[in-house]
Design a protein around this ligand. Structure first.
Ligand code: GDP
Length: 195
């Protein structure tokens, strides 16, 4: 498993033409807003508030880059599914994300976060389909697992398996930023992707 000893914020990109080509492998994190992405990132890097930067004004619609252990970039993609976003804002978000995900040879894997308390939304399914169509390697994580009983979690896993199309060999991973459930498995997956 990847042991995170250091994590620092690098920069934000808001214009699809401004992505850099840094010499580091990248792991990206995507999910709808409020899914628990900041909490997951904070938990993974063992810092209480590294992902706060992604929520600061002007950065919520940006792709935010972090450098971990001086050798990997964690890339925080803007949360999708805000109710109050105009069509043109949604389109520019889509362009930014799609450009990042497709024109990027450093991208080694995507962590796709889905809220365990609800069935995958239309946008969750859309991203899942898009990742499949583009042949990208991903791990789907069901967040906030501590909020469910074992029985509810089993139901939620079943529902997500039905609604999402998973690449063969891909499992759903329950995760809790509160208890740390799934952290070791996710860090191991990340390590396996960057080797
Ligand atoms: P983001 O918008 O995707 O970055 O979501 P946040 O990380 O800010 O989380 C949204 C809300 O869900 C916050 O109130 C968090 O405290 C809560 N939350 C996130 N992850 C967990 C979790 O694993 N367990 C519990 N109980 N709450 C969580």
């Amino acid at each position: 498993m990847l042991k995170v000893s250091d994590c620092k914020f690098l920069y934000s990109v808001v214009d699809p033409g401004n992505f850099k080509d840094d010499p580091y492998p990248q792991i990206a994190f995507a999910g709808r807003s409020n899914v628990g992405k900041s909490s997951l990132l904070n938990k993974l890097v063992g810092r209480t508030n590294i992902a706060r930067v992604s929520k600061s004004p002007g950065r919520t619609r940006a792709v935010n880059f972090f450098l971990v252990n001086n050798k990997i970039q964690f890339v925080d993609l803007p949360g999708y599914g805000y109710a109050k976003v105009s069509k043109s804002q949604r389109e520019s978000w889509g362009k930014l994300i799609h450009t990042y995900l497709t024109e990027n040879s450093r991208l080694m894997g995507i962590v796709h976060l889905v809220d365990s308390r609800h069935p995958p939304t239309a946008l969750d399914k859309e991203l899942n389909e898009w990742l499949n169509v583009n042949g990208l390697v991903y791990q789907v994580v069901l967040t906030k697992a501590d909020k469910l009983s074992n029985n509810q979690l089993a139901q939620s896993l079943k529902q997500a398996k039905k609604d999402l199309i998973l690449t063969i060999g891909t499992e759903l991973l329950p995760f809790s930023a509160k208890t740390g459930q799934g952290k070791v498995e996710l860090l191991s997956w990340i390590e396996s992707r960057i080797q």
